[in-house]
Design a protein around this ligand. Sequence first.
Ligand code: PMT
Length: 224
Amino acid sequence: GEAGRLKGRRAIVTSGPTHEPIDPVRYLANRSSGKQGHAIAAALSASGAQTTLISGPTRLADPLGVEVVHVQTAAQMAAAVEAALPADVAVLAAAVADWRVRPAVEKIKKDAGHAPPELVLEENPDILAALAQKTTGRPTLVVGFAAETRNVIENARAKRARKGCDWIVANDVSEATGVFGGDDNTVHLIRADGVETWATMRKRRIAERLAERIADALNHTPKH
Ligand code: PMT
C-alpha cells in the first residue's frame, strides 16, 4: 500500500482464537492461527496508522511497530478493545469463542466409574456488535469478518446487518479451503452498497488491499 495514507489515524485489530478455560489445564478453542488478523495489523501500521493489535494465543511474532495486547479469553479481548479506544477504524478478525465454560477451580478428575463431566456453556459478549452499536465513541469504520462454511455471501450479508458493522469480510472456512492456518484466503468485501469478490491471494495481499480500501473510506473524515 501507499505509505502514509493512514498517518494520524488510530486502528484497532483483533486476531487469533480465544481460549476459554474448562479447568486449570483444559480449554475450548478453535483453529484460527492469527495469520489474517496479524497481517491486517501490519498493513495498517505500514500505511501509517497507530495500530493496537489485540491477539488471542497464537504462535506468531508481534508485528513490528504495532502495540500488541495479548489475551486468552473473549471477556479479556472485549475489555482490551474497550481500553484501546478511541479509534478511527476497527477490524475484528479474531475467531472469538461464542461460548465459554463456567470453569472449575480445580482440575476435573477422571474418577473410575463416574460419568464424563458435562460442560455448561454460557454466551460470551459479542465484541463486534457491541462496538458497532456504541452510541458514543464508535470508530468511524467498523469492519467485521464472517467465517462461514455454506451460503457464504448470504450469511455474511445477514451478519453485517445483524451486528450493525459497516463492512464484513466474508471467507469460507470449510476444511477443504485450508483458510484456517493457511497463507492464502479468498474473501468477499461486503458493504451496504454491494459485494466485491477478490481473487484468491496471500493473506498479506488481502491485508494490504483492505488497508487501501480503509484509507479510501477514511479520506476526508475527521480524525480521532
Ligand atoms: O487466523 P487465521 O488462521 O489466519 O484464519 C483467519 C480467520 C478465518 C480466523 C479470519 O479470516 C476470520 O474469518 N475471522 C473471523 C472468525 C469468526 O469468528 O467469525 P464469526 O463469523 O464467528 O464472527 C463474526 C464476527 O464477529 C467476527 O468479526 C468476529 O471477530 C466477531 N465476534 C464473534 C463472536 C464474538 N463473541 N465476538 C466477536 O466480536
